[in-house]
Design a protein around this ligand. Structure first.
Ligand code: RP5
Length: 202
């Protein structure tokens, strides 16, 4: 299938996540999803397929993605954004929808189109232009069956917590105060159980 955009962390690896967009004009807003996947070393591909302008292409792409081993779809679109729902209707893979800002309603139309799916065909919707969260959520879905991704996610949460603490230190310095000891926490989600999902059940 010819694609307007192709991007993978490693061309030799099977893409585990597909990033779909309604138009190549969406790419700049969706790129943070690709960046998040790349940060975690998750192989991905990027394609343009429009629910309204190229429904047959979308149909063919979604079916081939599932057959080729893609595990999660991220679908971003603006305006009357049918792409995530139309993709979800054609696969049992989890679909993460990213409503994109733009047009007269600046993304509210896309948000409502994507988030209000009928019962039976879910789309996990992130915020308007929240493509990084879509990428991270895809990593978290894959991490359910991948302990090294779980470790990497916990390390990333600890880095975020450290950054928040550092910001507080800077703010307290600016205010001429010392941070109270009670603000110190554990620094992120606990290590938890690293066994494979389902291990030890029954
Ligand atoms: C949507 O229409 C696309 O997802 C894009 O956000 C919007 C405008 O597309 P272009 O006219 O820029 O191709 O389907």
């Amino acid at each position: 299938m010819q694609s307007a955009l192709r991007e993978r962390t490693d061309e030799t690896e099977t893409p585990r996540v597909a990033i779909l967009m309604g138009s190549d004009s969406d790419w700049a807003r969706l790129r943070p999803a690709a960046d998040a996947l790349a940060e975690f070393g998750v192989p991905f591909e990027v394609h343009v397929a429009s629910a309204h302008r190229s429904p047959d292409r979308l149909e063919g792409y979604v079916r081939s993605a599932e057959e080729r081993g893609v595990r999660v779809l991220i679908a971003g679109a603006g305006l009357a954004a049918a792409l995530p729902g139309a993709a979800a209707a054609r696969t049992i893979l989890p679909v993460i929808g990213v409503p994109l800002a733009g047009g007269a309603l600046n993304g509210i139309d896309a948000l409502y189109s994507i988030v209000q799916m009928p019962a039976g065909v879910p789309v996990a919707t992130v915020g308007i232009d929240a493509a990084r969260n879509a990428g991270l959520l895809a990593v978290q879905i894959l991490a359910v069956a991948d302990s090294s991704l779980r470790r990497a996610l916990r390390a990333q949460r600890r880095r975020m917590a450290d950054e928040v603490a550092a910001r507080d230190v800077r703010l307290q310095r600016e205010l001429g105060r010392a941070a109270p000891a009670s603000v110190e926490g554990s620094g992120g989600p606990s290590a938890g159980d690293e066994r494979a999902p389902g291990a030890g059940r029954g």
